[in-house]
Write a protein that binds this ligand. Sequence first.
Ligand code: SAM
Length: 282
Amino acid sequence: MNYRHAYHAGNIGDVLKHAVLARLILYFQRKDKGFRIIDTHAGIGRYDLSSEETQKTGEWQQGIGKILSADMPSPVADLLAPWLNVIQELNPDGNLNHYPGSPDLARHLMRKNDRLTLTELHPADFKTLSDLFAGDYQVKTIHLDGWMALGSFLPPKEKRGLVLIDPAFEVTDEFDRMTAAVVKGWKKWSSGTFALWYPMKDARAIRKMHETFREAGLRDVLTLELNVGKSGPDTKMLGSGMTLVNPPYTLADEMRLILPWFCDVLHQGPGTSWNVSQLISE
Ligand code: SAM
């Protein structure tokens, strides 16, 4: 396992993923009943943007760095506020030093009756992650293959919640693994919300995954895309997408406001585009 998310924290992919994650959590909180978030590929939880790794790539400067220094129209500011407020809480002096990964973001947004299950396979990253949440009874950290989590932990006992699937894409069959795991997970919990993130580098693999979802009978599937330039298999990652199974009914319209603004602020060249599509109807 060579991938370390510290090199990529706060980049354009994280911007899409974390903006969506915050909107999902906010939606679940419309009801008082507690829910569970399962983050299958958790990373270390929180990132130090002054670390050697983040400094080396500086990817966050093209992502969250640009978001925080841009003027935001009020509908977008309202929608992004829950996510950006967490970043502000972690950086009270106004300098951006700490960036919340998906576990830290989820934890900050959770209420007393919400729960978080985190799996991470990299031994050193798991140690950092479990130290961050040591003693926190609302968070369970497990040193486990995230693909197993979909088999073992579904449905959660709360019967409400979401599964975030955010793999490292360092092995060639990651799309196949993700596809198989989601179909299996959905069969165990067909009312659960599944949120999958992936780089927009291999259009064929993404099409194949979506085709398999159709064939397997999944319903209510939404896709989102954010490209800040034109990326391909051999270029750096300039775009990412998410597929959501059973998304909140509010999400598509929210993303139709957020994504054009992300394109304005994050664009790096020709090919900048966004998309929101209902892939499979309810
Ligand atoms: N979700 C995190 C966030 O938004 O802050 C970032 C996750 S990062 C893209 C992917 C993580 O998956 C890495 O930390 C990597 O070590 C871990 N990983 C890779 N293969 C895994 C597996 N089979 N099971 C669990 N974690 C895995």
